[in-house]
Write a protein that binds this ligand. Structure first.
Ligand code: ATP
Length: 202
């Protein structure tokens, strides 16, 4: 597929830690659009997540380890420079203002799509950027989208075709804390970095 250098996928998240679900959806979003790259945007202070175990700087390092060797997957700390709390709508508007010649898409999982109507200025966000959505077992795309469309009628959504990968950061964190195997669900470079950061903090 011919790449459009002015089309970029934004992938916001907590990435606490990043895992194979994130990697698969980023890579498949890239393959299924003409985007030139997918940009991971770790959130410094996610408005939707109260408890958070890894500091922002560590989550950034882990994201960089996740995309190592993937030319078109990148990591940006852009949100750290924005006023807090960093709402997605503000991040997107700021990026659009900075890069008027670039078109952006926003990548999220089905669970986040279901939550979208509760996000800050959701109507404005839905008018501002099209979405790419990867289904999660708890949130099949068709029914989730039906519900969301009732609240955000103009929303533009494209499905990312991908097998359901039922892995989440919270499950991995719990296992890491208990010294249990992460079953290959966190790529080795991320795991090495995570272990070294956690030793450094002890
Ligand atoms: P937590 O378990 O703490 O909720 P998470 O695994 O959902 O974390 P986030 O950093 O919150 O990770 O996810 C960033 C985005 O990626 C969200 O839009 C989320 O819906 C999506 N996502 C995460 N994991 C998957 C997965 N396995 N399949 C599809 N989407 C996913």
């Amino acid at each position: 597929m011919q790449r459009d250098e002015r089309l970029v996928v934004l992938f916001g998240g907590t990435f606490d830690p990043p895992h194979v679900g994130h990697l698969a959806m980023a890579q498949l979003a890239l393959e299924q659009t003409r985007a030139s790259r997918v940009c991971l945007l770790p959130s410094p202070a996610p408005p939707h997540k109260e408890e958070q175990s890894l500091p922002f700087a560590v989550r950034v390092k882990l994201c960089q380890a996740l995309v190592e060797g993937y030319d078109r997957l990148t990591v940006s700390t852009f949100e750290a420079d924005l006023p807090r709390p960093s709402f997605t709508v503000d991040t997107v508007l700021a990026l659009q203002a900075l890069h008027p010649d670039t078109r952006f898409l926003f990548l999220l999982g089905g669970d986040s799509l279901a939550q979208l109507p509760t996000w800050e200025r959701a109507q404005e966000l839905a008018r501002t950027i099209p979405f790419l959505v990867a289904a999660r077992s708890t949130h099949p795309l068709a029914s989730t989208l039906d519900t969301v469309r009732q609240q955000l009628p103009g929303i533009q959504v494209q499905a990312v075709e991908m097998p359901i990968l039922d892995v989440s950061s919270s499950w991995l964190r719990a296992r890491f804390d208990q010294n249990l195997s992460l079953c290959g669900l966190v790529p080795e470079p991320v795991l090495v970095c995570w272990r070294s950061q956690s030793h450094a903090r002890q």
